[in-house]
Write a new protein. Sequence first.
Length: 114
Amino acid sequence: VQLQASGGGLVQAGGSLRLSCAASGSISSINVMGWYRQARGKQRELVADITVGGNTDYAGSVKGRFTISRDNAKNTAYLQMNSLKPEDTAVYYCRAITLIADYWGQGTQVTVSS
């Protein structure tokens, strides 16, 4: 499985961005797709994930502001980020989990200016 993340950028506080993660390869085996982020000097953390059945989980800090979705036909996961805050600044990574392995995409930088 290969993952291609896109959609990061620079935005002012209160603004919005939409990240995309397109999967290719043995995509039929993907169970969970998720977004993680790593701010400078901090550990990587879960932002949100979604199962193939559509069940979602969110970090408390993003609940109500971020929405994860998944288009199984396009093998793509999305992260809609609204009401962005400077503390959301980080490199965002896409992850895909199968029954036997997990895969990471390259990071995409999100910078929120105050």
